[in-house]
Ligand binder design. Structure first.
Ligand code: NDP
Length: 255
């Protein structure tokens, strides 16, 4: 047993939605573990700022700006990474969004946007990447689920539907791609301090509810997702397949 099991030296990792928040923290963590990280998002300026910080620390980084809900853009983006940077060894499907509204008033356009961003994107990017991983006979897929892969909460029914589907997609991919030495797992973050939760963090009642509901008694920080991301991207998890690893301060462990 050795720490080199967790080394990502020589690996290329694509992290979707990595210009900020959880995606950026995981990309920074993977690069510290030795990977050449490819940052993705729609805002090129944001990606350039993030990439500069990683490069300044002496680590390898590239940018692939495309919209993960656009099938043609995903196909072109993944092809460009493979030809310009090299074979993708690790894919982290992190890009995501949330919309809140009572279910009976939930705008249908918002439903489509949430499903496209959190679920269709996972199909598009994973298919483009695994089509190339299968002949190579190796790869790691890490999907970002949520505590909402396991629980229901009011006003976020579409988000919960997509995150539940991401959990089952993880299992289906594990079942199908395991024989090609491709491991597919998921991470289920609890309530993490990011832009996505800005309004909820500012809401004292909601924020207190999060703290009282979570056994750890606090919100999580983006850096606290890094260990799970490195583990599921590395040789340390070669016999872990189809698993949803909760990083939620114990939230889903209690009723
Ligand atoms: P943020 O809103 O901070 O970041 C979301 C990222 O996704 C941004 O970088 C955004 O970049 C990118 N993104 C959104 N839509 C697209 C798109 N169509 N194409 C490409 N990139 C896109 O969110 P978090 O960091 O909080 O969330 C990251 C993931 O973690 C999500 O899947 C979320 O559901 C999940 N999660 C978060 C939790 C939390 O408490 N924060 C809890 C559980 C799960 P840009 O806008 O520049 O394109």
């Amino acid at each position: 047993m050795s720490l080199s099991l967790f080394s990502l030296e020589g690996k290329i990792a694509l992290v979707t939605g990595s210009g900020q928040g959880i995606g950026l923290a995981m990309a920074e963590g993977l690069s510290e573990a030795g990977a050449h990280v490819v940052l993705n998002g729609r805002d090129r300026a944001k990606l350039e700022t993030a990439a500069r910080a990683i490069a300044t620390a002496g680590r390898k980084v590239s940018i692939a700006a495309f919209d993960v809900t656009d099938h043609a853009a995903v196909e072109a983006g993944v092809a460009a990474i493979e030809s310009e940077t090299g074979p993708i060894d690790i894919l982290i499907n992190n890009a995501g969004m949330q919309k809140r509204a009572p279910f009976t008033e939930f705008p249908v356009d918002d439903w489509h946007q949430v499903v496209a961003t959190n679920l269709h994107s996972v199909f598009y990017v994973t298919q483009a990447v695994t089509r190339r991983m299968v002949p190579r006979g190796r790869g790691k897929i890490v999907n970002i689920g949520s505590v909402m892969s396991e629980l229901g909460r009011p006003t976020i029914v579409p988000y919960t539907a997509t995150k539940g589907a991401v959990k089952m997609m993880t299992r289906g991919l594990a079942a199908e791609l395991g024989k090609h030495n491709i491991q597919t797992n998921a991470i289920g973050p609890g309530y993490i301090v990011t832009e996505l939760n800005k309004a909820l963090i500012a809401d004292e009642t909601f924020s207190s509810w999060v703290k009282s509901r979570t056994p750890s008694g606090r919100w999580g920080e983006t850096r606290e997702l890094v260990g799970a991301a490195i583990f599921l991207s590395s040789a340390a998890s070669d016999y872990v397949n189809g698993h949803l690893l909760m990083v939620d301060g114990g939230l889903t462990a209690v009723v």
